[in-house]
Design a binder for this molecule. Structure first.
Ligand code: SF4
Length: 405
């Protein structure tokens, strides 16, 4: 049996449905690199991240259009969404209006205590957690001066100062990071931080760089701390496709015995106002039917045909529900439309064919009428429910008012 690491005791917070800290599994985070206002592009990246093993995704909220994008992304995202806030506290408030699951605040960028406390109060009232994300490259100049540079102690001091503001308004749903691109400084900063707080810690080596050296640097910092029992959630900051960050995080945790190995990768949408089926029940049925077949593929179960095949186009194979029929797709392309009660069986058949003979052979079995039938179902559902089944536009109006005041 492998040895285990004695994990430091931390409080537990929630990032949407994902617990962080306490005895929760160490979670994997990454960040989209699309413009957040590009809703479809960002969602496609989030689905790819989910498929690569990511648990929590962060999106920049750097302009009002990004906050509006978040209002449309959050209800359709398969992962909890963290809004990355830079300089404008109003965008933090707007991100809360958009329904995000966590805010990431950089103490070096939002410095006025009254602004920090206002954001913390709103997050507190909504029960939404915040990450205090200290970064060596954007340390408060006063601390930089006092400590003679972005030292480990300076970053820890920055985090403590920010925690103090949060505590003044009775808010403690806090996760903390103290990232540096210098691995030794990063390790020392987290060690010092672990001595003075029991808030959950988010580990990362910032700006680790391209693969492979970025992987090595990030692993050196993150793995060292994990082996000491420090760290509740991790992010590889690579100059690469974000899915590589998630894969690296997953592989590190699996290789250290901190997360279970994965067989079949079944992803499912979280369901939302558009869902045409009980996504959980169908996902369970698909999981049961596919379990034990040892198919090394990613299979998606999506609640609706309006967005499902597009959102899960990175999956090898999938089903989406529409008007009592199941749409089966391979790499986002609809290949068959079957009655709802036959869709799981058909999914298994196609999945086996896909693995045995390859994607081309499975695609070659596409029903020539499937695409047209799928488009007809999709159009009918759009007619039924309109384009805003998740009331995202109402939230956007709220955000616009918030940012303008
Ligand atoms: Fe996306 Fe449709 Fe699922 Fe809603 S029901 S999350 S729009 S696939």
């Amino acid at each position: 049996m492998s040895p285990t690491y004695q994990r430091r005791r931390t409080r537990q917070i929630q990032v949407g449905t994902v617990p962080v800290g306490g005895d929760a599994p160490i979670s994997i985070q990454s960040m989209t690199i699309t413009k957040t206002a590009d809703v479809d592009g960002t969602l496609a990246q989030i689905y790819a991240l989910a498929g690569a093993g990511c648990d929590i995704v962060r999106c920049t909220c750097n302009e009002p259009e990004a906050a509006e994008g978040l209002a449309r992304i959050v209800p359709r995202s398969p992962l909890p969404v963290v809004a990355d806030i830079h300089f404008q506290y109003k965008l933090a408030l707007a991100a809360l209006d958009a329904g995000v699951h966590q805010l990431r605040l950089n103490p070096g960028n939002i410095r006025k205590p009254e602004h920090i406390k206002l954001v913390a109060s709103e997050a507190r009232d909504r029960g939404i957690s915040c990450r205090i994300g200290v970064n060596a490259g954007s340390l408060d100049p006063e601390l930089y001066e006092r400590f003679g540079g972005p030292t480990a102690a300076a970053m820890v001091e920055s985090a403590k100062k920010e925690i103090g503001y949060f505590e003044e308004v009775g808010y403690d749903l806090i996760e903390i990071s103290v990232k540096s691109s210098n691995v030794a400084v990063m390790i020392e900063a987290y060690r010092q931080l672990a001595d003075v707080t029991d808030h959950p810690l988010h580990l990362g080596v910032t700006e680790a760089g391209p693969i492979p050296q970025g992987l090595v640097k990030a692993t050196a910092g993150i793995a060292t701390l994990l082996a000491e029992g420090i760290g509740d959630t991790i992010r590889y900051s690579l100059t690469a496709d974000p899915a590589e960050e998630a894969r690296a995080g997953r592989q590190l945790l699996e290789s250290m015995g901190l997360r279970e190995r994965r067989g079949l990768d079944l992803i499912a949408c979280p369901s939302c106002g558009r869902a045409e089926i009980d996504v959980i029940a169908v996902a369970d049925a698909a999981q049961r039917a596919l379990d034990g077949l040892n198919l090394p593929i990613q299979v998606a179960v999506m609640g609706c045909v309006v967005n499902g095949p597009g959102e899960a186009r990175s999956a090898d194979i999938g089903i989406a529900a529409g008007r009592k029929r199941g749409h089966l797709f391979i790499k986002g392309e609809v290949v068959r439309v079957v009655p709802e009660d036959a869709m799981v069986d058909e999914l298994v058949r196609l999945a086996q064919l896909y693995v045995k003979d390859g994607p081309e052979a499975a695609l070659a079995q596409a029903d020539p009428t499937a695409a047209a039938e799928a488009e007809a179902d999709r159009a009918a559902l759009l007619d039924d429910r309109g384009a805003d089944a998740n009331a995202s536009e109402e939230r956007v109006e709220l955000i616009r008012k918030r940012v303008q005041t």
